[in-house]
Design a protein around this ligand. Sequence first.
Ligand code: NAD
Ligand code: G6P
Ligand code: MN
Length: 448
Amino acid sequence: MKKFSVAIAGGGSTFTPGIVLMLLDNLDKFPLRKIKFYDNDEERQDTIARACEVILREKAPEIEFLATTDPEEAFTDIDFVMAHIRVGKYAMRELDEKIPLKHGVVGQETCGPGGIAYGMRSIGPVIEILDYMEKYSPEAWMLNYSNPAAIVAEATRKLRPNSKILNICDMPVGIEDHMAKIAGLNSRKEMSVSYYGLNHFGWWKSITDKEGNDLMPKIKEHVRKHGYNADIGPNQHVEASWNDTFVKARDVFAVDPDTLPNTYLKYYLFQDYVVEHSDKEYTRANEVMDGREKFVFGECRKIIENQSTEGCKLEVDDHASYIVDLARAIAYNTHERMLLIVENNGSIENFDKTAMVEIPCIVGSNGPEPLRIGTIPQFQKGLMEQQVSVEKLVVEGWIERSYQKLWQAITLSKTVPSASVAKAILDDLLEANKEFWPEIKRPEVENV
Ligand code: NAD
Ligand code: G6P
Ligand code: MN
């Protein structure tokens, strides 16, 4: 059996140890000969890498391992790049959340103005990593889940149309774990789903079991009362703020009871509620820095000190095994059905052909073959047209260095009440992101 070589871009990520443990748990399905970490923050990556070195030594000493900040070393002799970088790290995530909130607007990592600011930071570095991969390992595939995936996907569609990059998100599979539990199944893999939308902006239109029995009525009945709240045991989305999001899906569902919504729609449909329930001084970024980041780095330091994983509380990120499913689909031509972010190209009949949509695809060695969704209802179409325009304007704004387009993008976001609020937010974001955004051309005549 061929053994694969994988580079993890964003080696210093809080998700890296869980993903390494998950890869080691799946070696029978996806054998590895080499794991390399790449990051541009040597010190941050070093803590994670030195701990993973111990993990590998204990569990799979035959796998070659190295961590580097040198692109040539990182991307030479690679079959897959798994990318999860966060450009600007949590310090910038905090500002993405707090700046819009200061103006009374949703402050979120991937939605609204915060997501736009993050997108403006991510486009260049994600493309840079893609270019390194193509230079040093032209046959490799990049599996990207760096956020904001919607904007990154649109940017790579436009700027690198022929590159082997697949953009994927874990939110639908995370929600499907809850749905499976609600439906009384052992695993989401016992369900067959049809889903459409944009990334962090979509709906399930059918869910059946493998015999074709409709599971929607049972799941809807539960969501009507409890949202997606269901006790599924340890998983990525357990903290109180995530729990609120899963419960709020009840209200999101009420707006369109024909479909089941992605949890992220709360930021667009209940933006006033979200703002009222946000703490302007302590946002999700603070929660993550005080929680996941401290925990993961603390556990890694213990492993390094003891040179052993004994007593270590880091867990296999089992839910991330969808990344292995994706790599396997390409490596072994499994034709697995997966939700991916791909160019619409007619799959959703009554929607922009060039939009990057999240829909079911059959994945094989040549990449994804998107399935046909047909026509979508007016409500979803209207929301998606507005949101996809935001995403496209951000990418145009980045390419053209255009203040005007970024202003339009923020103005068009459903989370923002007016063009004047949009401008005030943009001016603050521009100042805060000087180090990360390309230099933006201001209009010659200031007209507001
Ligand atoms: P993190 O800050 O802990 O890790 C990100 C790492 O990326 C850091 O070590 C940082 O130094 C590195 N980095 C930043 N810019 C880089 C560059 N130009 N080149 C190389 N490395 C760079 O963040 P995290 O919370 O662990 O999340 C990592 C990423 O994964 C984020 O983008 C997050 O949104 C994403 N994510 C996506 C999904 C999904 O469903 N798509 C799920 C979970 C996390
Ligand atoms: C979900 C989304 C990811 C996002 C993550 C944020 O899993 O699909 O795209 O990055 O949530 O989680 P966090 O715990 O960092 O707020
Ligand atoms: Mn996501």
